[in-house]
Design a protein around this ligand. Structure first.
Ligand SMILES: Cc1cc2nc3c(=O)[nH]c(=O)nc-3n(C[C@H](O)[C@H](O)[C@H](O)COP(=O)(O)OP(=O)(O)OC[C@H]3O[C@@H](n4cnc5c(N)ncnc54)[C@H](O)[C@@H]3O)c2cc1C
Length: 313
């Protein structure tokens, strides 16, 4: 999901400019899609259909009200819907919801297709990707960066996710369901969970487990996801799970990324928490501009790792 409003408009405790960063990140995706698809020859399935955020109970309704308030403050379009209108839009949802919001700012792209297209586009440009080198074995000094295989580089960009300095790991388990008529045809969000239809699967995610970083996907996590989705989408019971997986989100104290120098030749780009896909193109632009041209704008500078309280001294 590319979800600036749902993830950042009403997020308490977040960096005061996270919503601005997420909106700037979302704005790049149409052009990013055009370039990636042209350069790779592959579709990344970017879809502009607005997300439907629904509330099954009062606490989810309050969450939607906070999101609507954040959107209103910045003049961002949204449309409140009652249960009947939400059900008319997505008949797979139960008809007695507490309320809903249609969010045109929140769209989606297929993350797996995007990665495949990136790899293909880089290879067509003659850029080699090498994996398997541990950056803990990298030496950085005034003369440059010595990689474990002995080669030299100018700069090390640390993008090691939750393993980088200052991050809390937050495990998330998700499943993929076989597509079917009993599931929604657009992104539907409810509390921390969501149903996201892709071309070949419908993603149901995700649990949120701070402090956990293992890859276990057995039992209770999957059951809790299915239970929560069934309350919103009764036809879930008839659907088949075709895949399950776990990932780890890198979280910082203000839920916002850390992008900037961390030494002479060491650069940090991490802490994107729930918005790593949304913010990937913008982060790339910030990192490249800052390292190659020595420039970044004020919005990017506001996410420097040196800001107060994000990395323990
Ligand atoms: C279930 C789930 C659903 C999500 N859904 C969305 C979504 O819909 N939209 C969205 O925008 N974001 C989403 N996210 C968040 C997004 O996945 C993360 O923000 C993003 O993956 C963070 O990217 P990263 O590159 O910083 O870290 P990672 O994706 O964790 O990548 C870090 C990489 O560094 C490598 N590495 C680690 N240590 C070393 C080392 N010492 N040396 C060399 N390499 C190392 C790892 O192997 C890994 O390849 C989701 C996350 C989860 C878990």
């Amino acid at each position: 999901m590319l979800a600036p409003a749902y993830e950042a408009a009403g997020e308490s405790g977040a960096h005061p400019r996270l919503f601005d960063l997420c909106l700037a990140g979302a704005a790049i995706w149409p052009e990013m899609t055009r370039r990636l698809e042209t350069e790779s020859g592959l579709s990344i399935d970017y879809r502009r259909q607005p997300t439907l955020a629904v509330a099954g109970d009062i606490s989810q309704l309050h969450h939607l009200e906070r999101i609507a308030g954040g959107c209103r403050q910045r003049g961002l379009e949204f449309e409140p819907l009652d249960a009947r209108a939400a059900h008319a839009l997505e008949p797979a949802l139960q008809p007695t919801l507490a309320g809903a919001l249609l969010l045109p700012s929140d769209v989606q792209v297929d993350n797996r297709r995007t990665l495949a297209a990136l790899v293909r586009a880089l290879s067509r440009r003659g850029i080699a990707l090498r994996t398997g080198q541990d950056i803990r074995d990298v030496e950085t000094g005034p003369a440059g960066v010595r990689l474990p295989d002995g080669q030299m580089a100018d700069v090390l960009v640390d993008a090691t996710g939750w393993r980088a300095a200052g991050m809390t790991p937050v495990k998330g388990v998700a499943v993929a369901l076989a597509p079917g008529p009993d599931l929604p045809g657009r992104v539907v969000r409810f509390g921390q969970h969501y149903l996201v239809p892709k071309r070949d699967r419908v993603v149901l995610g995700a649990t949120v487990r701070p402090g956990e970083s293992d890859s276990d996907v057995s039992g209770p996590a999957v059951i809790s996801l299915i239970d929560s989705a069934e309350r919103i989408c009764p036809g879930m019971a008839a659907t088949q799970i075709i895949e399950r997986w776990a990932g780890v989100r890198p979280r910082t104290p203000d839920l916002a990324p850390l992008i900037g120098w961390q030494g002479t030749r060491r650069y940090l780009a991490g802490g994107h928490y729930r918005n790593g896909v949304l913010l990937a193109p913008l982060t790339g632009e910030i990192v490249a501009g800052h390292i190659l041209e020595g420039e970044r704008d004020q919005l990017a500078a506001d996410f420097d790792p040196g800001r107060r309280g994000v990395i323990p001294a």
